[in-house]
Design a protein around this ligand. Sequence first.
Ligand code: TXA
Ligand code: MG
Length: 311
Amino acid sequence: MREAVAALEAGQLVGMPTETVYGLAADATNGEAVARIYAAKGRPSFNPLIAHVADLEAAERLVQFDPVSRRLAEAFWPGPLTLVLPKRAEAGVSDLATAGLDTLAVRMPSHPAAHALLKAFGRPVAAPSANRSGHVSATTAAHVVADLGSAVSIVLDAGPSHVGVESTIVAATPTGLALLRAGGLPRDKIEAVAGMSLDIVDLADPEAPTAPGQLASHYAPGAMVRLDVGTVLPGEALLAFGHSLPPGADKAAVTINLSPRGDLIEAAARLFSALRELDGKAATIAVAPIPTTGLGEAIVDRLRRAAAPRP
Ligand code: TXA
Ligand code: MG
């Protein structure tokens, strides 16, 4: 932990475990350190980053909370919720981290190792998911090392991330709240606390304030992905869900079941490592139907991106 804090202070990159996925962490107030994140990820430069903090007081120094956002923070922090709010002029976060926006995405992770690192470091930490741009997100320290190698000074290995998908991103808008990314915190829970429904950002509208995490092939594995399959074709890799397998499953080259007992929380926790494991074992990954309730919305959202045509 001491070495990781020293690396952040020196403007280097640290693999930071969080409850959602591993983050590629850098001092958010240090522009060069943030630039190293983009270099390591090969990420488009307009993609803004999330500032991670240890507590609500630290978040309040960065952004302006309205009453509803404050209620969400008090209900769900620490945890897998990111709030996009007006950035304070005195926040001190590098413009590169926000891609020049006057809003800032803030999150307080619940993972004890992340909390300890953020507390000891004492400054906001910018951290995208610790994968190369366009690859699936890293949910173990080994994924981080495999994807980013020597770009990272040190990776804190705290075992697999238990949520397994990124945080849900909610933005305050002039008319209410918008869901920018489905994620580890289900939408209905947020709506219950907010007392209003979330606007879903219309991806077809080029003017819409989309999260670039919604870019079509963001989560694409190398293999082709076929969604919602009726029949598995011989030689395909099968990503299954639930106790009944689709016809042709016996002819699959390899099968991973996200959750034999049909538990979406278990399925979410296994999604990215399953995609990584199936990728390279067959030209095509056939995905069995997955319900879109609760965390299923985030899982299917990720899989749709993986299935989208590649640029
Ligand atoms: O669970 C997570 O959120 C993980 C862990 C490491 O905390 N982090 C993560 O960061 O997923 P990243 O950079 O992979 O995704 C952040 C998303 C991007 O799609 C980015 O465009 C969006 O947040 N975002 C960041 N700041 C924004 C802003 N000011 N307005 C709109 N979207 C923003
Ligand atoms: Mg990411």
